[in-house]
Design a protein around this ligand. Sequence first.
Ligand SMILES: Nc1nc2c(ncn2[C@@H]2O[C@H](COP(=O)(O)OP(=O)(O)O)[C@@H](O)[C@H]2O)c(=O)[nH]1
Ligand SMILES: Nc1ncnc2c1ncn2[C@@H]1O[C@H](COP(=O)(O)OP(=O)(O)O)[C@@H](O)[C@H]1O
Length: 168
Amino acid sequence: MTTRRQREGEVDGVDYFFKTREEFESLIEQDKFIEYAEYVGNYYGTPIDYVKETMEKGYDVFLEIEVEGAKQVREKFPEALFIFLAPPDLTQLEERLIGRGTDSMEVIKHRIREAKRELNLMNLYDYVVINEDVQQAKRRVQCIVEASHMKRARVESKLRKLLLEVNN
Ligand SMILES: Nc1nc2c(ncn2[C@@H]2O[C@H](COP(=O)(O)OP(=O)(O)O)[C@@H](O)[C@H]2O)c(=O)[nH]1
Ligand SMILES: Nc1ncnc2c1ncn2[C@@H]1O[C@H](COP(=O)(O)OP(=O)(O)O)[C@@H](O)[C@H]1O
């Protein structure tokens, strides 16, 4: 959910739920977010209900969020998996943001300042994927998520019956 202006081609309810600042602040007061943060002048937040419903269906829920929000998620869900997506370098990040053609030079500068701040907070994350090539980055994220499904604690909880048999 965000108060950012909807970009051309973005679909409300798909890319984001687009809200006014008033609507967003009212949802904050009603405690409707797992996390929220202000990023480059706009609110961004993850609605609790949407995440709960998706998890109950058995899906992995991905939050593609900035660092302040990630810190809040870590407080609430320490068992979650945190992957830091890093740009190959700041020049490429700037070129990509300019190439996207959606932001003013002022906003792009602000986003680069934020990126520098976030790079200094990488130590809060479990994994880092350098985003050189999109397909390669996608494969790496998939590998990390797949491996996380095989963490001992997660597998043990599925093997309860077998482990009971072993000990009887
Ligand atoms: N905390 C938080 N950050 C978010 C959320 N959604 C998106 N963001 C982050 O906000 C930043 C800006 O997002 P956006 O304006 O869509 O830019 P884009 O990612 O460059 O297309 C990015 O770092 C997103 O990861 C959210 O629900 N919560
Ligand atoms: N690996 C990549 N190769 C080329 N362009 C990319 C790559 N990753 C992202 N981009 C482009 O860079 C721009 C900003 O990417 P995005 O991930 O939205 O950045 P941020 O979340 O830091 O604002 C977008 O236009 C996106 O298509």
